[in-house]
Design a protein around this ligand. Structure first.
Ligand SMILES: [Fe+2]
Ligand SMILES: [Fe+2]
Length: 281
């Protein structure tokens, strides 16, 4: 573990954010892969080549969940390797991560099921392909805890936007329904990350701004370094749905602006930097 635990959010602040997320996610409003969709009607013949690719691409991204989940375990351990106050903090966070992981695992299963039922691929083939990418390592090299949440904020928002764009162009109603469910979940995940990031900024002010700047400066979408042909994929699907993390930066900036009462020089500088990253893209 590399995190400097003296910079963790006070446990009551984190708990309030986790409680808020769980209150916004009642089981009664949840859904499952088995009953939420009319799988027998799924038909990939209604999709363009680009749209099929877009579904295949994001299945890889969602299916890497064990790698993402493990980052939280390594960075926020829930065992004897940390002192008691850190454990108390991490245990509260775990209430979020375990629920979040269940939802992301459901996304992976829904997309895989769609691929098989619609005729894009066959189950064994897909399983083998996912395994090749899934067993590659994933890590986030951060030392300040706010960085994990700022990174996920951008990531969740980028994914939500991707599902929205794709949903608006596909003509298979089953896929439309799947993408609507996924987009709604990602919006809730984004809200949690935004809430936690806000609480860090309110608690630590400028001291939390610099680590967030580092996240933007070194931002890599998950799997962009490991997924075979990642950039070719990204190009092939760009006219279908843009998987563009820089589009999510303005949402991060909005979160920062709302969190601070008055913009400091640090925040101003970050705003300029984010605008430059957008322009460069
Ligand atoms: Fe997801
Ligand atoms: Fe998500």
């Amino acid at each position: 573990m590399r995190i400097d635990t003296t910079t963790l959010l006070p446990v009551d602040e984190l708990t309030a954010a986790v409680d808020g997320f769980l209150a916004a996610s009642p089981v009664a409003r949840g859904w499952d892969v088995e009953t939420a969709f009319d799988w027998s009607a799924a038909d990939a013949n209604r999709l363009t080549e680009g749209q099929r690719s877009a579904v295949q691409f994001v299945t890889f991204i969602e299916d890497h969940l064990p790698g993402y989940f493990d980052v939280y375990h390594r960075s926020f351990p829930v065992d004897g390797s940390v002192d008691l106050p850190t454990f108390a903090h991490n245990r509260e966070l775990y209430h979020f991560t375990v629920r979040w992981a269940l939802e992301e695992d459901t996304h992976a299963r829904a997309l895989a099921r769609y691929q098989c039922e619609s005729g894009i691929t066959e189950r064994g083939t897909l399983r083998d392909e996912l395994a090749i990418e899934g067993h590659k390592p994933f890590d986030l090299p951060y030392d300040h805890p706010v960085q994990f949440f700022a990174y996920a904020l951008v990531q969740e928002k980028a994914t939500q936007m991707y599902y929205h764009q794709l949903r608006d162009v596909v003509e298979d109603p089953v896929l439309t329904a799947v993408l609507s469910r996924l987009a709604r979940d990602e919006a809730r995940h984004f809200s949690f990350m935004a809430d936690v990031t806000t609480r860090y900024l309110r608690t630590y002010g400028d001291a939390a701004v610099e680590p967030i700047r580092d996240v933007i400066a070194n931002f890599r979408m998950p799997l962009s370094d490991t997924l075979r042909g990642y950039w070719r994929w990204a190009l092939r699907i760009a006219d279908v749905a843009d998987y563009d993390h820089t589009a999510a930066y303005e949402h991060l900036l909005k979160v920062i602006d709302r969190a601070v009462d008055a913009r400091t020089d640090r925040v101003d500088e970050l705003a300029v930097f984010i605008a430059q990253c957008r322009a460069l893209h």
